[in-house]
Design a protein around this ligand. Structure first.
Ligand code: FES
Length: 152
């Protein structure tokens, strides 16, 4: 299906980013074979496509976890100690921001304001907001998600 997306673009270099964004949207990351196909399709060196794919934070070369946890560190959240929420998540999951757990369940990211400052400190897991976070709440939320996944 991604090949159709790629093929729908004119074969011009300026569409590289748009193509990669479409692939990212469909797969959650940029699989190597699609990057190679993009390079052939646009007649660009693979290294050019690669540098665009690695330059933009919104693009990822690795698959993300089933649950993508975004910890807000905008001003309102930062003032309310979002960093301790982040540290708690790092401790529980054993990963740093930008990484994914080995079981493929969780990815962790730090983001700027996600528009829910009244609920600070906030984290977003996939499309769900978790407000007024505390270390205890973090633990419960992660345990719940681990439990849900174990029962599927
Ligand atoms: S600063 Fe965190 S939601 Fe606005």
């Amino acid at each position: 299906m991604s090949l159709e997306i790629i093929n729908s673009y004119p074969k011009e270099k300026r569409y590289t980013l748009a193509i990669l964004q479409d692939i990212q949207r469909e797969h959650g990351y940029i699989p190597k074979e699609y990057m190679e196909y993009t390079s052939e399709y646009l007649n660009l060196p693979l290294s050019d496509v690669y540098s665009i794919a690695t330059f933009y934070k919104s693009l990822s070369l690795k698959p993300k976890g089933k649950y993508v946890i975004k910890v807000c560190n905008g001003t309102a959240c930062h003032i309310r100690d979002s960093i301790s929420i982040l540290k708690e998540l790092q401790d529980i999951l054993g990963i740093e921001s930008g990484e994914t757990t080995e079981d493929g369940l969780f990815s962790l990211e730090i983001v700027n304001c996600i528009g829910a400052c009244a609920l600070a400190p906030v984290m977003l897991i996939n499309n769900k907001y978790y407000g007024a976070m505390t270390k205890e709440k973090v633990k419960t939320v992660i345990e719940d998600l681990q439990g849900v996944s174990a029962n599927v």
